[in-house]
Design a protein around this ligand. Structure first.
Ligand code: CDP
Length: 202
């Protein structure tokens, strides 16, 4: 039996860390779908056309360390409004979800568009301040030279663009479990996510 977990939410809510831990706990494969949009955004920054870059995307493109920079995050959210870019990336995500015994996909539209029939859906949120501070700490830990005010502005701008776009906007699926991580440690957030998914399995 294949089991699909969809984890969506706004920027820096903790989706990535929770998804990795959940996948490891259940022995599932994990796909960070933001990397697909970041890889397309990086190619556009290098001069490519967004739709062609999305159509030509190679899984190896997802392994580039430079995809984590704020500039690439902005470029990702700009290409993510283009319906043809999203269409070009859907099959890759659905094929990933269908393979093997189980998969965790995290992003913005997994529970609504990519895998509307997912077995468990979580929508992970946190206050904008908490999210921006966490992202700032992550970028500093990676050795990047960033200012907190710029990180706050980046997160707000991307959230607004992701929520207001016509194609697959950031919105919780009707049947998603809402997990607010503002006042949770990462271990508490992971434990809560595992409990929700285990409940859906039984
Ligand atoms: O890590 P963070 O939450 O900041 O961002 P990400 O998940 O790497 O996604 C980067 C950008 O890609 C987002 O701001 C969205 O615009 C876009 N994205 C999307 O539109 N749909 C997805 N399933 C995943 C990401």
């Amino acid at each position: 039996m294949s089991f699909t977990v969809a984890i969506d939410g706004p920027a820096a809510a903790g989706k990535g860390t929770i998804s990795k831990a959940v996948a490891a706990h259940f022995g599932f494969a994990h796909l960070d779908t933001g990397l697909l949009y970041r890889a397309v955004g990086a190619k556009v920054l290098a001069g490519a056309s967004p739709i062609e870059a999305a159509r030509a995307l190679d899984p190896v493109d997802l392994e580039d360390d430079s995809l984590r920079t704020p500039a690439v995050a902005q470029a990702a959210s700009e290409v993510a409004v283009i319906a043809q870019v999203r269409d070009a990336l859907v099959d890759f995500q659905r094929n990933f979800a269908a393979r093997g015994q189980g998969a965790v996909l995290d992003g913005r539209d997994i529970g609504t568009v990519v895998c509307p029939l997912a077995d468990a859906k979580l929508f992970v949120t946190a206050s904008p301040e908490r999210r921006a501070t966490r992202r700032f700490d992550e970028l500093v830990a990676k050795g990047m030279d960033v200012a907190l005010d710029d990180v706050i502005a980046d997160v707000k701008e991307r959230d607004a663009r992701d929520r207001n776009r016509a194609a697959s906007p950031l919105v919780p699926a009707d049947d998603a479990y809402m997990l607010d991580t503002s006042d949770l440690t990462i271990d508490q957030a992971i434990a809560a996510a595992i409990a929700i998914i285990a409940d859906r399995m039984s």
